[in-house]
Ligand binder design. Structure first.
Ligand code: HEM
Length: 432
């Protein structure tokens, strides 16, 4: 399957699932594994027997380029890091951060007021990336990127592109010193510079509030009393900075795209926001009264899950869906495929936020809709991201309507995350 996966992983996985059903055998270079699409098998791998499954060697690319942090590490080390970070994501803490999120969205609204009058299209992906980065920086890391702020986006795009391009290579061509490789190292230096700047600023003057960065800096090992060294803090901060901004920004980018293509949901959303908020900024307490806004977000991440696929490796022999899964084999869990399989979704390709209404979701297995993963390795930022997206959509969709540049081709591009291959240029228009 290697050539097919390199060419178009979404199609390769989708075709296999449709053709072969719950368990599809994959041979990728010298590796073997199954694509699984039955909710009980997914539950088995990600949750019930999660101890037997580690993140697959495909994550090695992330490890070597970003370092071994919460997203990629395993075992006792992972558990320790997760416990250190967890308090920063408690529900009450996130609620307290709603103001930071709304303020950042309101600043974007001010920018957009000007952009709306200028009448030329804007790359919405960049707008969302800037917004979600601001939120992560202010809410979790309590700082700014100083001189690196201007170059960080280009640097991350380079890193993302190169990891994705080498994703299915299993390390064969990775060691050659090419111009691409040099660009990659330069980009990584920008990223490290930015993150080191954050850590040093914090060490220089403590912010006084217990945010994620101070938790990482102040954490002590229960047994040895040792704190994390700067390198390990850098790895974790990089992980949070990237995991926190990229996925959320992409979900929002796809959301603006889908709304621009579907008039009825766009109107319903506007109607809900007008009725509940009456033109004022949303607060945390409003979110419970915005069920349709939430459905639009859920439905967006169904069709375009920012983390489109992940994989695990079996540590010991197991059985999946009645088949032997020998030790060392891989299990592919691909939200993009699960979220579009006709077996689980009526009119699967149709954008229909109402399918997430309580009555229509009641009978659905929770393992066929997993934009944030599942089990112990589920996204630590899922509530944070959901609240952020709700506040951003409520702030911006109240005042603006976005229109795709006519004729622009939109296609999902499965890198590490699911990006629009040709970008998302849109006109920003004021709603009157
Ligand atoms: C819409 C937004 C987001 C989506 C779709 C998303 C998706 C995911 C998924 C699918 C995983 C599990 C990957 C796997 O099992 O291999 C994950 C893990 C993770 N996410 Fe998110 N994420 C989002 C937002 C965030 C935010 C806002 C943060 C932090 C500020 C974050 C930080 C992390 C971290 C640290 C992990 C690793 C957790 C662990 O293994 O213990 N994510 N995310």
């Amino acid at each position: 399957m290697l050539p097919a996966l390199r060419r178009d992983p979404l199609r390769a996985f989708m075709d296999a699932a449709v053709r072969f059903g719950d368990v599809a055998f994959f041979k990728i270079g010298s590796r073997r594994g199954y694509l699984i699409t039955n909710p009980s098998d997914i539950r088995h791998v990600l949750q019930d027997n999660a101890r037997n499954y580690q993140k697959s060697p495909l994550y090695q690319k992330l490890r070597t380029s970003l370092g071994d942090g919460l997203l990629t590490s395993e075992g006792a080390f992972w558990l320790r890091q997760r416990r250190i970070a967890q308090p920063a994501f408690h529900r009450q803490r996130i609620e307290a951060l709603a103001g930071v999120m709304t303020d950042a969205a309101a600043e974007t609204a001010v920018r957009w007021e000007t952009l709306a009058t200028q009448g030329h299209p804007i790359e919405i992906g960049n707008e969302m990336m800037r917004l979600t980065r601001t939120v992560v920086l202010r809410a979790l890391l309590g700082g700014d990127l100083g001189p690196y702020a201007a170059t960080i986006d280009a640097a991350w795009a380079t890193i993302n592109q190169q990891i994705a391009e080498s994703f299915w290579s299993f390390g064969i061509a990775d060691k050659l010193p090419t111009p691409k490789k040099r660009r990659f190292h330069a980009a990584r230096a920008v990223l490290h510079g930015a993150v080191d700047h954050l850590i040093q600023e914090r060490r220089r003057k403590s912010s006084g509030n217990a945010d994620l960065l101070s938790m990482l800096i102040e954490a002590r090992d229960e047994e040895t009393g040792e704190s994390m060294n700067d390198l390990q803090i850098r790895v974790e901060v990089t992980t949070f900075l990237l995991a926190g901004q990229e996925t959320t920004a992409l979900a929002l980018t796809w959301l603006w795209y889908l709304l621009s293509q579907h008039e009825q949901p766009r109107r319903r959303l506007a109607e809900e926001l007008d009725r509940v908020l009456r033109g004022r900024q949303p607060a945390f307490a409003d979110l419970a009264n915005l069920p349709y806004t939430r459905m639009v977000i859920d439905e967006t991440m169904r069709l375009y899950p920012p983390a489109w696929g992940f994989s695990r490796q079996a540590m010991a022999d197991d059985r999946l869906g009645g088949y032997e899964l020998p030790r060392g084999w891989l299990a592919f869990v691909i939200p993009y495929v699960l979220h579009r399989l006709p077996a689980y979704w009526e009119d699967a390709e149709q954008f229909d936020p109402e399918r997430f209404s309580p009555s229509r979701s009641a009978d659905r297995s929770k393992f066929v809709y997993i934009p944030f993963g599942a089990g112990p390795r589920q996204c630590i930022g899922n509530h944070f991201a959901m609240i952020e997206m709700l506040l951003v959509v409520a702030t911006l969709a109240q005042r603006f309507s976005l229109r795709l540049v006519p004729g622009h081709r939109v296609e999902p591009y499965a890198m590490i995350t699911l990006r629009p291959r040709f970008g998302m240029p849109m006109y920003i228009e004021r709603r009157d």
